[in-house]
Write a protein that binds this ligand. Sequence first.
Ligand code: ADP
Length: 199
Amino acid sequence: MNYRLVIVGPPGAGKGTQAKNVSEDLGITWISSGELFREAIRSGSEIGEMIASYIDNGNLVPDEVTDAMIKNHLEEIDPRHGFLLDGYPRTLSQVDALDSMLEAHNAPLDAVIELKIPDEEIVGRLLSRAQKEGRKDDTEDVIRHRIAVYHEKTEPLLKVYRDRDLLVGIDGLGTIDEVRNRLVDNTRAFLRENGESAE
Ligand code: ADP
């Protein structure tokens, strides 16, 4: 099945890890906005430097830059073949932009997965990741800012997708494998119940 999915969750919810695993389990392409940005930064381009100035401070990269990057990428893979978008959309304006992109390809979303985890859990997880990976956007102040940005800019998306009957809530607490299985099982069940518009 060529499912077209989005995964949303606060920083530190384990979204990246799970998105990678789940896209493998479902046989669809994983598209991570954060990874695409980190690639652009590593390339050392001017646009990469600009992107880094936002990310390192825990701010969102401007919508126009983000939308253009995702649009290019979706065109490369052909969205009708299925994908799991991880980290995009993250603002209401990005929801509109994604709608237009997918409409142009006649490839509507099948589900939006919300990976849920309490705020208290987030800071601890991100601080321990900071020690392991040394990401510049993982200092405590920046982490707290990223959580605030999530509540302010990204959470409103959930209502939009809930109103469209696309939202699947998943408890993000547990081991990586427990969450992976829960996520795949519940998402598959949701897709079965809600008719499979994907080809
Ligand atoms: P996390 O899941 O830990 O927040 P990501 O790898 O998804 O990490 O994203 C890292 C950073 O990249 C974000 O904090 C943000 O600055 C930027 N970013 C990622 N996706 C988007 C997006 N859709 N819009 C704007 N900025 C984004």
